[in-house]
Ligand binder design. Structure first.
Ligand SMILES: C[S@@+](CC[C@H](N)C(=O)[O-])C[C@H]1O[C@@H](n2cnc3c(N)ncnc32)[C@H](O)[C@@H]1O
Length: 209
């Protein structure tokens, strides 16, 4: 599979986290959206978290239980090392989200820049199965992707770009009637080298059955 574990372990092994194009010293948009919906005590998952500092900020904010999932053990090792003993409060899950069988549930699911790598319909269906299995009824999914006017590639891999409306349509195609859209924002990410990347962040609520 293009963009499998070997690819991502190589990426995280090759350079420090703060030189990766998607690096954010403070993941402000994600934090704003998460704080709107996550209450302390509610379970949270960051999907394809990489070495993101989101988990650091959430720990500092008193949120948890927190789970961090990524395909790459090298990425998870970077975060664990950075957090030291604080990392003991986090569940670290090395898994491919397209085949992961949820062993826990969450009130808020966050994904920044993972879903857009799923260029095959089967992989998106696998992601949807995991999302549907892990997210509680009434729970919130925050999904950030390259926007329709964003880059066509990331980390040497092709991506699918989404306008917020197109992402909502795709989610509804994958899981018909299960989600309502609460809102979406567009955001310009500036990479460590100063390049501009247009993202969209969509917020969905899983309907009660
Ligand atoms: C562009 S990085 C974004 C990392 C992080 N979300 C952030 O915003 O800093 C994409 C991440 O998704 C992970 N990833 C890619 N495909 C995945 C999959 N199928 N399952 C789980 N993680 C995956 C990669 O290992 C990488 O850490």
């Amino acid at each position: 599979m293009a963009g499998g574990q070997q690819h991502w372990d190589g990426v995280y092994g090759a350079r420090p986290e703060d030189e990766l194009t998607w690096f954010e010293a403070t993941p402000s948009v994600s934090l704003d959206l998460i704080r709107e919906h996550l209450r302390p005590g509610d379970p949270f998952m960051d999907i394809g978290a990489g070495a993101s500092r989101l988990v650091d900020a959430l720990l500092e904010g008193g949120f948890g239980p927190l789970a961090v999932l990524d395909l790459s053990s090298a990425a998870l090792a970077v975060s664990r090392q950075r957090l030291g003993l604080r990392g003991d409060d986090v569940a670290w899950i090395e898994a491919d989200i397209t085949t992961w069988v949820p062993d826990r549930d969450c009130a808020v699911w966050h994904d920044r820049a993972v879903f857009h790598f799923l260029t095959g319909a089967e992989d998106r269906a696998g992601y949807a199965r995991a999302l549907s299995g892990a997210l509680r009824s009434g729970g919130i999914a925050i999904i950030a992707t390259f926007a329709d006017d964003g880059p066509e590639m990331c980390s040497g891999l092709p991506v699918v770009r989404y306008a917020p409306e197109a992402l909502a349509q795709e989610l509804d195609r994958l899981l018909p009637g299960r989600f309502e859209t609460l809102g979406a924002r567009r955001h310009m990410h500036i990479t460590p080298k100063g390049n501009r990347q247009r993202f969209q962040y969509s917020v969905f609520r899983k309907r009660d059955r």
